[in-house]
Ligand binder design. Sequence first.
Ligand SMILES: Cc1cc2nc3c(=O)[nH]c(=O)nc-3n(C[C@H](O)[C@H](O)[C@H](O)COP(=O)(O)O)c2cc1C
Length: 217
Amino acid sequence: MKGAAVIGEGAFSADFRAELAELLRWRRDVRHFRRDPVDEAVLARCLDAFRLAPSVGLSEPWRLIRVHSEGARAAVQANFETANAAALTGYDGARAELYAGLKLSGMREAPVHLAVFCDDSAPKGQGLGARTMPEMRRYSVAGAVMQLWLLLRAEGLGMGWVSILDPDRLARDLGIDDGWRLVAYLCIGWPEAQENTPELERMGWERRATHVRVETR
Ligand SMILES: Cc1cc2nc3c(=O)[nH]c(=O)nc-3n(C[C@H](O)[C@H](O)[C@H](O)COP(=O)(O)O)c2cc1C
């Protein structure tokens, strides 16, 4: 794209659209990171995804915490290990064996950790769009995370979204405000390898659908 896009001008070329589709195909959740640091300027450029993201009522309810100190990272790692061990008890036999062999977080190696919360009572936006469906604030945060994911991947960086956590314990450990709810715990860094297929698919856990099903009413 050259310069600012003007509506109706068709500013995005067919090549750009093809590359965007390729980015979506190639995105991947990354759990295997190299330990090399991430350039702060690149990270800042990607984090701009939040400023540009849509949000209900323009409430911008995301709250970002960089989890950086050794103590805070250790607390999150312990949280993950406890939650993951508990999750394993929910499976039996071959499924349990398969689960135990999955790598479900790259948080030990990832140089950047970002905890993304939703401020459920965000005053910005004056409640527009969230009266009957207050959960829209959290969906706004999840949507913004997706934008970050794509920008990071476009830079060659990897991101892994970790949800095997006790969110209350995590909020306590990080000293988070009462009204904030964890939406995403993100591990960011340089991927060890690029993969065309989801890791869970390669490991035999689940398969991606081959087409999108749309029903009509
Ligand atoms: C909301 C959300 C939470 C996720 N939580 C985890 C997680 O805790 N551990 C993990 O290994 N992957 C997690 N993932 C990644 C998914 O497993 C992954 O997106 C899916 O297997 C498809 O693979 P792909 O992202 O590489 O296409 C999460 C993804 C999303 C969107």
